[in-house]
Write a new protein. Structure first.
Length: 184
């Protein structure tokens, strides 16, 4: 059986509350954006896609071998942005300062995935959390608000990461932790 999997960093409730407080400010504009609920806020390290379930224990073995190379770390959330661009925004996100530990971890997870025949996206790792997906044309006023949005930077401890399953449903995807990996 195939599962839709990804590796992610999950955060404690207080960090999620800080992130979601930004979402609340954006929601005040009532723009055509589908915002992520607080329980789904996470930082994706690597999206694997559809993977045979029997590969999970192989991942477990390989990842345990590399865990001692990656220490616990700290992220600083310091910016708001959009993907594709401000002329054609598709995703609104909150980003962090670059973090070499997580960047190297994401790259190592990509190497391990490739060894199991899993082809992942070629995009460079960009530490961010998706706040919402744009579902229509945004008003110029809201786009200007996004461009100029600022907030007091805040930090989050990263002590572990998880192998997550995403189950698609008509009301939206649901996420489940399959395995958790403690950083050294």
């Amino acid at each position: 059986m195939k599962l839709r999997l990804f590796f992610a960093v999950n955060f404690n409730d207080s960090v999620k509350e800080k992130i979601f407080s930004i979402t609340k400010k954006l929601k005040e504009f009532q723009e055509p954006v589908k915002y992520e609920p607080i329980e789904k806020l996470h930082l994706t390290l690597l999206f694997l896609g559809s993977v045979e379930e029997n590969l999970i224990h192989h991942f477990d073995e390989r990842i345990k071998k590399i865990l001692k190379e990656f220490s616990k770390t700290n992220l600083t959330f310091n910016k708001l942005g959009v993907f594709k661009n401000f002329k054609q925004p598709r995703v609104i996100w909150i980003g962090t300062e670059e973090n070499l530990i997580l960047k190297n971890l994401a790259n190592e997870l990509k190497v391990i995935s490739t060894q199991f025949g899993i082809i992942t996206e070629e995009k460079e790792f960009s530490p961010h959390i998706t706040l919402g997906r744009v579902k229509g044309k945004l008003s110029p006023k809201f786009i200007e608000y996004l461009k100029n949005f600022s907030f007091e930077p805040f930090s989050a401890d990263v002590q572990s990461f998880e192998l997550m399953e995403s189950i698609l449903a008509p009301e939206g995807s649901k996420y489940f932790i399959k395995k958790s990996f403690e950083l050294s």
